[in-house]
Design a protein around this ligand. Structure first.
Ligand SMILES: Cc1cc2nc3c(=O)[nH]c(=O)nc-3n(C[C@H](O)[C@H](O)[C@H](O)COP(=O)(O)OP(=O)(O)OC[C@H]3O[C@@H](n4cnc5c(N)ncnc54)[C@H](O)[C@@H]3O)c2cc1C
Length: 658
């Protein structure tokens, strides 16, 4: 690594702090590109700021035919979902200059822009030093959780007071005369869930924080000592090239569930943050745990292998909370009730319990046929609108009314719902106090394994931004970056746009994208098997070897080019999919939300552990076991609560015997 670093040239000094600034002459030695059409228009001129942000700078490098704009700030936040918005706000609150970069339109993109993530507010009330949050996560993740980190997340909630922040952003809670929030946290929030993100984005704009929408990170940058130095990115709006250079980088790029093929999550989630670390050999845990729920399907439905697009109805997620009672198998039988009748089963969250109960039905071939994949259930909607409200009901009712009125859709009593992957779960090792990665100055805030993941995202982004802002105040200069690295990332991306292969042999990037999704969907189904996963692995390796060299963009435009965006996402989707299938093949048990028909029992002796997956420079994948961090809820207690000899965790046991 050291040798590699020393061979590269590095730009030191800075625009921001007045030391010897990088010059175009310095760049001239490095740029040999033959691009003619990619000159940037220059940075968005929105950097006039308050607090630390008057110290944000931009300058343009030009050399040969390849040029890029360098933007400098103390902290670069990548990704403008809940995590990125929160990290940006906290950095700004703490006096650091900060820039926010997002692949989509900030405030509308990512899982946060698509849908949910409000449950974190209630964690603010916990006064037990993070213990209850750590306990909750430990069980909600079926024992697989870094409890030390979860406890810090719990502490962060109390300290950060999310309700106040939400109200400051313009989302007022409904309160009674005593100033108490009316009803529960969800009902009390006057605006719908994702309005929170839109208004948070507006709040940052009003503060004068530079926000770059439609700006796709290609890779992270490291300095000559291996510390984080920022990122290199391409504007999806005009194809221009950019370096965002900062003392600290907070990576909030969400998950990679778009690779899964059938998801209720966002299309931006293709895993570039994960890929930047995976390709450098860093290990990830929980990659085998894509997270599942069920989406209502329109009668026309869709099948990934039949090239029909997804048409989802806005009544979804019956697994959530108490609504699981309305889940029915193909015979119309409500199957979750038995699971929760037994008081000893109350330890388990409703989310995981409903998934286990569903897996038992699937194991017994009692899934509905759905789109032909036998991956469906019915969601009983009869009388739903007349039931008293509880935690999740108001939003479902509102969405149903919306669809009926605006889509002219009349819901059947039993709506068929298909399995979909709503999120991915892989996370790298990081400091549990600060969330800093092994790469100093880099804070990866990815969506972790759990139904309450917005709780996680809020707490982690708060911890990261607080730590990063405190540290930048002590650091005088910006890290060096290597124009060689910038150039190689840009050339790789521009090559995807420009290349052509012999007539008739090119495969359009949108098709390669789809092939990865199809392989993932079939091989990482709700109910997995060794054979299915081997087929997935073989197909991914084939795509990598045969399809990638032939991948072309039919559209050659630099402006909002979907072909090009998808091409630039392929590497990360492939790596994340490969990491997922390698980890999944190594977990030879069933542990919600991960189910295998060939290993239908939970196995605490061998698999109450993390699986760390990584790939070396030669492309060889490796999976290693690691001990769970059980500093709050001891392993013995986890094993008592999740007793694997209990038939309720054995999905091969028919319902009646549970
Ligand atoms: C269907 C569904 C239901 C859910 N239900 C719940 C629930 O009930 N309770 C709960 O707590 N949570 C729930 N969640 C999870 C919650 O939505 C997420 O945990 C949270 O929104 C994640 O926030 P994030 O900022 O980490 O990621 P995201 O919101 O996904 O944001 C990631 C951001 O990174 C950007 N990005 C990605 N790649 C790049 C790149 N290369 N360059 C630049 N930017 C990039 C994206 O554009 C996006 O803006 C649900 C999620 C879904 C999809």
């Amino acid at each position: 690594m050291g040798e590699e670093l020393s061979r590269r040239k590095f730009i030191k000094g800075s625009v921001l702090f007045g030391a010897a600034a990088a010059t175009t002459a310095a760049m001239a030695t490095t740029v040999g590109a033959t691009l003619t059409s990619c000159a940037p228009r220059g940075a968005n001129d929105n950097s006039g700021g308050t607090n630390g942000n008057d110290r944000v700078a931009t300058m343009q490098f030009a050399s040969g035919d390849l040029s890029y704009v360098v933007h400098e700030a103390d902290i670069i936040v990548v990704g403008g979902g809940m995590s990125g918005l929160n990290a940006t706000r906290v950095a700004n609150d703490n006096g650091a200059s900060v820039i926010l970069v997002d692949k989509g339109p900030v405030g509308h993109s990512g899982n946060s822009g698509v849908l949910w993530g409000q449950s974190f507010v209630s964690a603010e009330n916990n006064k037990d030093d993070g213990v209850s949050i750590a306990n909750f996560f430990a069980i909600d993740c079926m024992g697989i959780m870094n409890q030390e980190q979860a406890r810090n997340v719990g502490r962060a909630h109390v300290e950060s007071r999310p309700r106040i922040v939400i109200e400051q952003s313009g989302n007022l809670f409904q309160r009674d005369d005593d100033n108490k929030v009316v009803g529960n946290d969800v009902e009390g929030m006057a605006a719908t869930h994702n309005a929170l993100y839109k208004q948070s984005a507006q709040m940052l704009t009003k503060r004068g924080i530079p926000i770059y929408s439609n700006m796709m990170m290609l890779d992270i940058l490291l300095d000559d000592k291996g510390n984080s130095a920022g990122i290199v990115a391409i504007s999806l709006a005009d194809g221009s090239a950019h370096v965002f250079r900062g003392k600290k980088t907070i990576l909030c790029t969400g998950g990679y569930h778009w690779a899964t093929g059938k998801t209720g999550g966002s299309p931006e989630s293709t895993g570039e943050g994960h890929y930047a670390l995976l390709k450098r050999g860093y290990a990830f845990k929980d990659m085998e745990f894509p997270q599942y729920d069920f989406c209502g399907i329109h009668p026309f439905g869709y099948r990934p292998d039949k090239e029909q697009d997804q048409i989802e109805l806005a009544v979804t997620f019956p697994v959530n909370g108490e609504i699981h009672k309305r889940m029915l198998n193909k015979d119309g039988v409500s199957y979750t009730l038995g699971f929760f009748d037994d008081p000893s089963k109350q330890d388990l969250s409703a989310f995981q319990g409903a998934l286990i109960a569903t897996a038992k039905e699937f194991y017994q071939n009692k899934a509905t046929s759905g789109d032909g994949s036998n991956n469906g259930i019915y969601f009983n909607l009869k009388g739903l609108q007349d039931e008293p409200n509880s935690q999740s009901y108001p939003s479902y009712k509102g969405l149903m009314r919306f669809s009926t009125k605006n889509l002219n859709y009349n819901y059947p009593d039993n709506l068929e719902c298909l399995v979909n992957e709503y999120s991915s779960a892989g996370v790298p090792a990081q400091n549990p106090q600060t969330c800093e990665h092994e790469i100093p100055g880099l804070y990866p805030i990815f969506v972790a394994l759990s139904a309450g993941s917005s709780t996680w995202n809020w707490g982690q982004s708060y911890l990261a931004a607080k730590d990063a802002s405190a540290k930048v105040a002590e650091e005088a200069s910006l890290p060096a970056f290597s124009p060689d690295d910038v150039q190689s990332a840009l050339l790789h991306a521009y090559d995807y746009l420009q290349r052509d292969v012999k007539d008739g042999e090119g495969i359009r990037s949108t098709e390669v994208h789809r092939r990865i999704q199809r392989a993932f969907y079939k091989g990482q189904d709700f109910m997995k098997s060794e054979d299915g996963m081997k087929t997935m692995l073989a197909e991914l390796e084939r795509i990598q070897k045969e399809d990638l060299p032939k991948m072309v963009c039919k559209d050659k435009s630099l402006n909002f080019n979907r072909d090009w965006k998808m091409a630039m996402e392929i590497d990360s989707m492939l790596y994340c999919s490969l990491a997922t299938v390698h980890a999944a093949m190594a977990r030879k048990e069933s542990r919600s939300p991960f189910f295998r028909s060939d290993y239908p029992k939970m196995d605490n002796t061998n698999f109450l552990c993390y699986l760390w997956v990584s790939v070396n420079k030669n492309g060889v994948w490796n999976v290693e076991k690691g001990d769970v961090v059980d500093t709050v809820l001891p392993r013995s207690e986890i094993m008592r609560l999740l007793d694997d000899s209990d038939p309720k965790y054995d999905i091969s046991v028919p319902n009646k015997s549970v």
